[in-house]
Design a protein around this ligand. Structure first.
Ligand code: S3P
Length: 415
């Protein structure tokens, strides 16, 4: 079996969430195409609709009529989506909405203090379950703050900036390492008064609504990474990935693949609506181990599960450190990777903030605990391409959180 083909992906999950949210703040009609088909983005859509935003499907486009948010009657159900929860908490706080946020078991265990702390400092009246969901927010007068975030998190940064749109004066946030910058790029493109200097972004109170827009969402590099890995791992494979988001805050996985010795060619790159997009060709080549530290982590945080799989087949040592954030994702991904990879015969050592893998080791088939985590399910499915024996996932359906088409697309590439 080899992996061969050309793929164009549905839209990037981070940009899709933001496109829906920012069009909800814009005064008038926005048209979005190639929106992510994942369940997380549907959660954002449903929450916005519950707040009175009119969103309809028209052919390949999603049409949003924004500008008029109202209090929802029922709780806002954020499903499995941390991005929906954290960004909407900031956005709704800034817009003076009264709402209660709930989510599934995974989101309900994830830390929300990281955004509630700055929102309290801004003057938000709210009640939480000891820093976790359910969280109720009450319409409050917000004041701008200068916030120094202890974590490099685009969700924290975005929540603070979105609340800042509705706060008096200026709101700024400084992060320890640059995280994905889609919020900054999109908001300033849509007319917000926003500036970035080094690791600090400052936004002023919104004096007029954002401008409505048309956007074709670029392909998701986090999804593309699984297919890039499949072609890298399986001898004689070659794959072309078209129209993938190439924003440098998101392409750490491709830079890492290159450091590992992967065979890759950037066919062309262009700019669309302020974001870099590109086509990539990747083919099989033996890999070597790589060192990833806290400065690299924000640029490839969601890709560490698939990087771990690649590392088991790479020559030498791979060390990932400074990645304690992996413990508070959709699952504790360090634990999920170590537990499952050990079962498969990999040489992996768990660290509090990462892992060490010595490769290459042959992998054997196993029953995989996904912990209902889409990226664990997809990473171990790709591992299954090179195992001796079958990989059986306990909850394969969780891949639909970001890419419902994952298994079909992979099957079509097998020749
Ligand atoms: C996201 C930010 C990241 C990432 C998540 C999406 C975003 O989370 O892991 O999948 O769209 O802002 P953190 O901000 O918690 O690192």
């Amino acid at each position: 079996m080899v992996i061969k083909g050309t793929l164009t992906f549905s839209g990037d999950k981070s940009i899709s969430h933001r496109a829906l949210m920012f069009s909800a703040l814009a005064d008038g009609e926005s048209r979005i195409s190639n929106l992510s088909t994942g369940a997380d983005v549907q959660s954002t859509r449903k929450c916005l609709e519950a707040c009175g935003v009119e969103i309809k499907d028209e052919g390949n486009e999603v049409v949003v009529n924004g500008g008029k948010l109202s209090d929802p009657i029922d709780s806002l159900d954020c499903g499995n989506s941390g991005t929906t929860t954290r960004l909407l908490l900031g956005l709704m706080a800034g817009q003076g909405i009264n709402a209660t946020f709930i989510g599934d078991d995974s989101v309900s265990y994830r830390p929300m203090n990281r955004i509630m702390d700055p929102l309290y400092q801004m003057g938000l009246k709210s009640k939480s379950n000891d820093g976790k969901l359910p969280i109720t927010i009450r319409k409050s007068e917000l004041n701008g703050i200068q916030y120094k975030s202890p974590v490099a998190s685009a969700q924290v940064k975005s929540a603070v900036l979105l609340a800042g749109l509705g706060a008096s004066g200026e709101t700024s946030i400084t992060e320890p390492v640059l995280s994905r910058n889609h919020t900054e790029k999109m908001l300033s493109g849509l007319g917000a008064n926003l500036s970035t200097s080094g690791l600090t972004t400052t936004v002023s109170s919104m004096t007029s609504p954002l401008s409505p827009f048309d956007l074709a969402v670029p392909g998701d590099p986090s999804t593309a990474a699984f297919f890039a890995a499949s072609a890298t791992l399986v001898p004689n494979s070659v794959i072309v990935l078209n129209r993938v988001l190439a924003n440098p805050t998101r392409t750490g996985v491709f830079a890492t693949l290159e450091k590992m010795g992967a065979a890759m060619e950037r066919l062309n790159q262009w700019d669309e609506a302020g974001e870099l997009i590109g086509n990539l060709k990747i083919w099989h080549q033996p890999l070597k181990g790589v060192i990833i530290d806290e400065n690299d982590v924000p640029g490839l945080i969601d890709e560490l599960p698939i990087i771990a799989i690649l590392a088991t087949q790479a020559n030498g040592k791979t060390k990932v450190s400074g990645a304690e954030e992996l413990r508070v994702k959709e699952s504790d991904r360090i634990h999920a990777l170590c537990k499952n990879l050990k079962k498969m015969g990999a040489d992996i050592e768990e660290l509090h903030d990462g892992f060490i893998i010595n490769g290459p080791t042959p992998l054997k088939g196993a029953n995989i605990e996904t912990f209902h985590d889409h990226r664990i399910a997809m990473a171990f499915t790709i591992a299954g391409l090179v195992t001796n024996g079958d990989i059986v996932l306990d909850h394969p359906e969780c891949a639909s959180i970001s890419f419902p088409e994952f298994y079909d697309v992979l099957e079509n590439l097998k020749q």
